[in-house]
Design a protein around this ligand. Structure first.
Ligand code: PLP
Length: 419
């Protein structure tokens, strides 16, 4: 870091300010967590210099012996961690993994059945603004207006009526477990491939806190950041018979050279995720999300679906007369980072939203437990109601007791953590 500060003080200042922001404010973004210093070290390594188009042992560049070792380790560790027959660790992101999965399993114009964006689906699940909605024929399922959970009978009816080539489950803001066996049955009945987009919950799968989609899906796509606590990136798991199609769809169809520093960092994260300590973190993340949802319910925010089985909860703020956007802004003012979110059948436009989404991977990585969740729920309640007095100080006190990284690697600015 000292070198960076000498050579580029402007960027060095950004890095320092971001460490301070992450340390001194409360991180409740459901798709974030804190990666380990080991993952960050692999990311900031000279593997970033290396071109390695192709796959281990079959590269289009010379000098790949070392990066081949890194990628083989990443693949082996991913296969073992998720009991998968095949793993591709090259996708640059979750969206890139989804593009490759579509390319492997469907042709442009084919029908794809997935959860609609307003109900918790992702842009890559058929949004008109995305390749998935422009190049494919999207059909969306919703959630039940009564339970706000997936209505499997509706999914089956849509699948039998539209005969999709591909059915997708897995979402961005769905707090409940998904019945993968039921989706498998529906896909088999409709003659469709089943893709599970596990981006949000793959970390919980790794930590054995929720059931794995791998035995049921033809293809599982995921991100390696979020609750899994690896580098920003994507991966694809699949059965052996689809391995070649998936590999060709990632490279050369969707991507060029893989990011070998990120792949090495993925290998580090997979190793970390196979430990008992990680299983403790994943299970505590779910317990914390339940406790936080219950605490927020006591503050007048209704948990969509009544609660959560995962790392996230969506809260309906209509009873408080506050929009999602107002809540996000008010929380930001006192040092709480969370996101506005649409609730199912939201009367407001998505850029405003009637709800917020919170997630507990970051605070759980910091070591917080149910007691802190009760306290956090109360400060969020006060912030959302715009009772500002003393709230920022209490947020600072909560996070001050749980530094995300060991103090001896933190400030002063020259330390390893101010990358
Ligand atoms: N799939 C789902 C369900 C997601 O929630 C996300 C990101 O939020 C993605 C895919 C895309 O991941 P990325 O942002 O890495 O492209």
């Amino acid at each position: 870091f000292a070198v960076l500060r000498r050579d580029d003080p402007e960027i060095a200042a950004v890095l320092v300010d971001e460490v301070v922001r992450q340390r001194d404010t409360l991180q409740l973004i459901a798709s974030e967590s804190f990666t380990s210093p080991a993952v960050l070290a692999a990311l900031g390594s000279t593997l970033a210099n290396k071109y390695a188009e192709g796959y281990p042992g079959e590269r289009y560049y010379g000098g790949c012996a070392q990066v081949d070792r890194a990628e083989r380790l990443a693949v082996e560790r991913a296969r073992e961690l998720f009991t998968a027959e095949h793993a591709n660790v090259q996708p640059h992101s979750g969206a890139a993994a989804n593009l490759a999965a579509y390319a492997a399993l469907a042709e442009p114009g084919d029908v794809v059945l997935a959860m609609g964006l307003p109900y918790g689906g992702h842009l890559t699940h058929g949004s008109r603004a995305n390749f998935s909605g422009k190049w494919f024929h999207p059909v969306s399922y919703r959630v039940s207006p009564e339970t706000e959970e997936i209505d499997y009978d509706e999914v089956r009816d849509l699948a039998l009526a539209h005969r999709p080539k591909l059915i997708i489950c897995g979402a961005t803001s769905y707090p409940r477990l998904i019945d993968f066996a039921r989706f498998r049955e529906i896909a088999d009945e409709a003659g469709a491939y089943l893709m599970v987009d596990a981006a949000h919950f793959i970390g919980l799968v790794a930590g054995r806190a929720v059931p794995s989609p791998v035995p049921y899906a033809d293809v599982v796509t995921a991100t390696t950041h979020k609750a899994l606590r690896g580098p920003r990136g994507g991966m694809i798991l699949c059965r052996g018979e689809l391995a070649q199609r998936i590999d060709k769809a990632v490279f050369p169809f969707a991507q060029g050279g893989p990011m070998m520093h990120a792949i090495a960092a993925k290998a580090v994260a997979f190793r970390e995720a196979s430990t008992a300590e990680f299983r403790g973190y994943a299970n505590q993340t779910v317990r914390n999300a339940r406790a936080l949802a219950a605490g927020l319910a006591a503050e007048g925010m209704r948990p969509v679906t009544g609660g959560t089985d995962t790392h996230l909860a969506v809260l309906d703020l209509r009873e408080l007369g506050v929009t999602g956007l107002e809540a996000e802004t008010r929380c930001a003012r006192v040092g709480i980072a969370l996101t506005k979110n649409a609730i199912p059948f939201d009367p407001l436009r998505p850029s405003v939203g009637s709800g917020i989404r919170i997630g507990t991977p970051s605070v759980t990585s910091q070591g917080m437990r149910e007691d802190e969740m009760g306290r956090i729920a109360r400060v969020i309640g006060r912030a959302v109601r715009d009772e500002t007095a003393g709230v920022a100080a209490e947020v600072a006190e909560i996070v001050g007791a749980f530094p995300p990284y060991p103090l001896d690697t933190e400030m002063p600015e020259d330390s390893a953590l101010a990358w």
